[in-house]
Write a protein that binds this ligand. Structure first.
Ligand code: HXC
Length: 262
């Protein structure tokens, strides 16, 4: 078990799969600032300091919601100067600095900041009961945790624009068909499927998985030429690792590689 948090449950299994559960079920796991602080701190700890964590799963407690958004009650009376001066909700971007792969297991509503949190993860696995949306327009605001950017990159301009301007929701099946989620599974199988995937990723060399993640994410940041150059340098750098020698030797010797993360 990972530390004592008020709004988060955390554990790491023997395969190195960490599971962080947003734990405000009565508020549909609405993301208040305390929860944000705890989730970011837990991810940073798992990324840089935990001795055995290799992959991070983020999910919501209860069967109804992954997260129903930023906490509206906490935000409702905020003034512009407070939002600007305190950098309201800008802490979430810290998750981009996490090097270990993050999988969002979306178990219900992923709305507003909840959808944006899922999109901050590297892979989204959706329960068939999941529902994604950016309903901020109905609250007199707009998506402010990356939604206008990441949803547009995930599903294309026209669909993203429609979703952001209407607040309509996407079903799990639609999210998969648009490429927002990588798959949809029966709700009862969500955690088992996600853990199985996480264990497969956990078996990889950690530095190589982190480099591969960084390269894929660069596709959102760079031109194709710059991205390909970035990728090439990361590819070459793998040859500095014992894990490259081990991976290729294991193939040639017809055995399973044993990676040492070095
Ligand atoms: C605070 C929330 C909440 C939220 C739900 N709750 N969502 N509290 N912030 N985002 C609380 C409700 O107030 C209620 O508490 C309890 O959770 C259960 O919710 P209900 O509405 O009673 O459930 P239900 O009727 O089943 O409807 C589910 C729902 C609805 C459709 C998900 O709760 C909903 O529309 N929630 C808000 C979704 C949303 O607009 N999200 C975007 C937030 S803005 P009580 O105590 O009343 O029983 C945002 C901005 C991000 O995310 C960007 C900022 C930078």
């Amino acid at each position: 078990l990972l530390g004592s948090f008020s709004n988060l449950l955390g554990e790491v299994d023997e395969a190195g799969v960490a599971t962080l559960t947003l734990n405000r079920p009565k508020q549909l796991n609405a993301l208040n600032s305390e929860l944000m602080g705890e989730l970011v701190a837990a991810c940073q700890y798992l990324d840089r300091k935990h001795p055995s964590a290799r992959v991070i799963i983020v999910t919501g407690s209860g069967s109804k919601a992954f997260a129903a958004g930023a906490d509206i009650k906490e935000m409702s009376s905020v003034t512009y100067s407070e939002a600007y001066n305190k950098g309201l909700l800008d802490g979430w971007e810290t998750l981009r600095t996490i090097r270990k792969p993050i999988i969002a297991a979306v178990n219900g509503f992923a709305l507003g900041g909840g959808c944006e949190l899922a999109m901050l993860a590297d892979i989204i696995i959706a329960a068939d009961s999941a529902s994604f949306g950016q309903p901020e327009i109905n609250l007199g605001v707009l998506p402010g945790m990356g939604g206008t950017q990441r949803l547009t990159r995930a599903v294309g301009k026209s669909r993203a624009m429609e979703l952001v301007l209407t607040g309509d929701r996407l079903s799990a099946a639609e999210a998969v068909s648009l490429g927002l989620a990588s798959r949809a599974v029966p709700a009862a199988e969500l955690m088992e499927t996600t853990q199985k995937l996480a264990r497969r990723i956990a078996a990889a060399s950690l530095p190589v998985a982190a480099k591969a993640k960084e390269c894929v994410n660069q596709a959102y940041e760079m031109t194709l030429a710059e991205g390909v150059r970035f990728e090439k340098r990361e590819f070459w750098s793998c040859f500095a690792l014992a894990d490259q020698k081990e991976g290729m030797a294991a193939f040639i010797e017809k055995r399973t590689p044993v990676f040492g993360d070095s």
